[in-house]
Write a protein that binds this ligand. Sequence first.
Ligand code: F6R
Length: 591
Amino acid sequence: MRVSDMCGIIGYVGFRQAATTILKALKNLEYRGYDSVGIAVEEKGRIRIVKDKGRIADFEKTAGLEGISGTVGIGHTRWATHGVPNQVNAHPHSDCHGKTVIIHNGIIENFESLKEQLAKAGHRFKSDTDTEVIAHLIESQKEDDFESAFVAAARKIEGTYSIVAIRQGDGRIICSRKSSPLIIGIGKKEMFCASDMPAVLDYTNEFVILKDGEYAVLDATGHRICELQGGRQVKRRSMRIDWTRQMAQKDGFAHFMIKEIHQQQSAIRLATTSGEYGRAARLLDGAKMLRVVACGSSYHAGLVFKNVLERLTDRHVEVSYASEFMHLPNVGKGTVVIAISQSGETADTMAAVRLAKERGAKVLAVCNVVGSSLTREADLTLYLNAGPEIAVVATKSFTSQLALLYKLVFIVSKRQDLEQGIADLSSAIDAVLTKAGDMEKLAEKLCKSTDFFFIGRGLSHATALEGALKLKEITYLHAESYPAGELKHGPLSLLEGGVKVVAIAPGDETRTKIMGNIKECQARNAEVIVFSDDKDAARLGTEFALLPKVDPIFSPILFSIPLQLLAYYISVKKGCDPDKPRNLAKSVTVE
Ligand code: F6R
């Protein structure tokens, strides 16, 4: 059986008690993975591993970490993508003698052949993981020195990974990465490595990003980065990130998701107040062909971008799911690929970007995470500046992607007169957030329903797609979305009493037609919940949300917010955890 993971990883070396320091950092990374957790710390000359399946909060109660001394260690939260989450498969993993201990994120593609060779040479494996192979591979190297053995082993590994290792008696951490995030946090007389910056913001704001094909050696006094092939030392300046731990905490909200929903006004402002918009617009101007690649909510933002750009200019844009791009990579010199990704680490998006670049295309990234893989490989990046988004599902990153893309379109189309409309959304958003209680009441009425259809036309189809995605992700209810006019070509056969239809019906050019579609659904006894800024359209619904009037071109931003709130409150009422939906992770670093 093959086991590979999407995970949160931490390494610590310094003066603090490593076990509890690592646990605290892991809590900040739990959104990356949460079906098992483990820690390894060097204590009194031997490495002690404590790991279990389940959540960090349960692990903390039973693991007895306070009693573990030692100031160098590693920790891991796992989200299994193959194979069962259990104690044996949880990280860290060790070699035959418990001397080299490692944690890992990603997939080792040649692990089967490596495992076979190592087993023939007498290595004994305890788990099904590809990760354990790395520990044995390091053990099997003829080099005695930890660093040399690590490097020799890492050169034999194929696949995508970030690896963090410690060795008994060595006192250092050695880590490496290939297509999987790994940052180094620089403290005073202490060093960290982690899959994401928020993990260690309690301790430092100073970071160095490790690049693909590099490894780093950390001890309490500092770090050294080298190329894995060739071994040349790399000098890289550190950067200060002005995120605070508070920005990555709940600030009195019950969940990160609701906190992030409430941050959308400022996120939209920050996305549109700075950035290399002029350069980005010139890049698009010079392109023969424009393509968008993205996944999930970011893909929906791409659909809005296409609609608005094609309305305001004579340009055409092709929008693809990043995972589908390889099957139709119609790009070459002269193409500009706009890659939209909150995390900048989504494997499907990265694969599409690499393919596009191989074929001579230029890449404009729209991204939130500074220093992420996407921003390093793109020709130019427009940053969302939305701050950390901790809830697994996209909320503020989605609306700030929209705001950023609107602004870009307005520059390209020389319609800067429309830009003020983005800023003007603030009071409308405020009105929606102030009336969040209405969505909570609506959630109470809808939380026992099992089937939802989200419909919209034109721009509102993208909004409907996003609303359905949000609902299914965090409530586990069946929700799908169609362009409203498409219902009669098939899905209408599913409508009957008990089915809920959520209609996105702004008072724009789609108004009359969507009103017809609402009646069409009601004629099949479906209950229609109408989201509209038009009184007549709204009142067609059995339930409705009357939203403030804004320029209809911006309806995807405004209308998405009550849909986020609705999904959130249904999730809470159903007893789900909206921040940590089952089977999903924040950075999807496997294809
Ligand atoms: C939706 C959601 C996912 C992401 C998708 C892309 O709520 O969170 O669908 O939008 O995985 O992630 P990024 O934008 O990081 O590439």
